[in-house]
Design a protein. Structure first.
Length: 329
């Protein structure tokens, strides 16, 4: 599994957006979120990258920022204004993927070969608009994430819930982070598992529910279960066991119901180690009883925004930790 500090230019660009958005969201600077982030990201990335045309593209930055704010990147300037105020929580819904039209190359079907995104989709959910850009039909999409992996230009991305989660913290909700197995490995070069748990507290989370990967679940199988790599061609080579989120679904729900029994102000955020598990989590979020899903990149952006480093986590905070570990799952 790649650790989070090994990344390409586009990933760095995306993380910079997450960091800037988290910074402004923590500051409650809502208007600045919509007006300043795209320009500041473009300026900073242009200074640090000499030869990538993306850095001069404000449309790309604005669309990426829209997605990072949990919005559809269509008519983003109006949406920026329309979605200010209390609408953040409703912005994303269950449709987590979107297309960045500024970088969609409108790939054509050539010599009977389908576009990469359409070829990857097994649900016939990839459509084109009148200009040839890809559009995802939310009524058919089952959020498998394969088109996101298949697009060679990074034109399909997932929307974020960073602002919504930070807004809930500002609103005084008790935010419980539910950590899926594998998350701590993404941060292993930076924090121990215990330190990562405390880092959530510094970010404003109320407590952490950590799913224990050591207990063998009766629903688990053998081999990889990454839904992102399931295809007709590869099916025979890949395990048919359920994904981690599916495997832990009953345990997550049990734990949430338990916490809700004594904390009526609780709000739950599933935190996953990869974008595919995030997409799956968003699709299942109602049945999991979670309000939001974040992946490790969004978490990394929040950590950068709050400048959470190992040194910041003091020993006495670790001693006072009362995080819950779901070993019974
Ligand atoms: S989404 Fe990606 S693969 Fe699909 S048409 Fe656009 S650039 Fe091509
Ligand atoms: S996420 Fe999966 S089902 Fe949805 S459009 Fe992409 S490939 Fe198709």
């Amino acid at each position: 599994m790649p650790v989070y500090n090994e990344c390409s230019f586009q990933v760095k660009y995306r993380r910079k957006i997450f960091e800037q958005i988290a910074l402004l969201a923590y500051s409650n600077a809502r208007e600045a979120l919509y007006r300043l982030v795209p320009k500041s990201v473009v300026t900073e990335m242009a200074e640090n990258t000499a030869d990538n045309e993306v850095t001069s593209d404000l449309d790309y930055a604005a669309e990426s920022c829209c997605a990072a704010l949990g919005l559809e990147p269509v008519g983003y300037k109006d949406l920026f204004l329309d979605n200010m105020g209390g609408e953040h929580g409703k912005a994303m819904g269950n449709n987590v993927l979107c297309t960045l039209k500024s970088v969609c190359h409108k790939c054509a079907n050539i010599q009977g070969r389908e576009r990469p995104c359409a070829k990857a989709c097994m649900c016939d959910a990839i459509k084109t608009d009148s200009l040839g850009s890809t559009v995802i039909d939310g009524t058919k999409c089952d959020s498998c994430g394969r088109c996101l992996l298949a697009c060679p230009y990074g034109a399909i991305i997932d929307k974020s819930a960073i602002v919504q989660v930070i807004q809930e913290i500002h609103n005084g909700r008790h935010i419980y982070a539910i950590l899926t197995p594998g998350l701590s490995q993404q941060f292993s070069t930076r924090f121990s598992e215990m330190e990562l748990t405390e880092a959530f507290r510094i970010l404003g989370f109320y407590d952490v529910v950590e799913l224990d990967d050591e207990e063998e679940s009766p629903r688990s199988g053998k081999g990889s279960a990454c839904i992102g790599w399931r295809s007709e061609e590869s099916r025979e080579h890949i395990s048919c066991c359920v994904s981690k989120i599916e495997e832990y679904r009953d345990g997550i729900r049990d734990e949430i119901l338990y916490v809700c029994g004594y904390d009526p102000n609780a709000c739950f955020v599933l935190v996953t180690p990869c974008v595919i598990s995030k997409i799956e989590g968003v699709r299942l979020k109602d049945s999991l009883y979670v309000s939001y899903v974040l992946d490790f990149e969004e978490l990394a952006g929040m950590l950068e925004a709050r400048a959470v480093e190992k040194d910041l986590i003091r020993p006495f905070e670790l001693e006072s930790l009362k995080h819950i570990s779901c070993t019974h799952i």
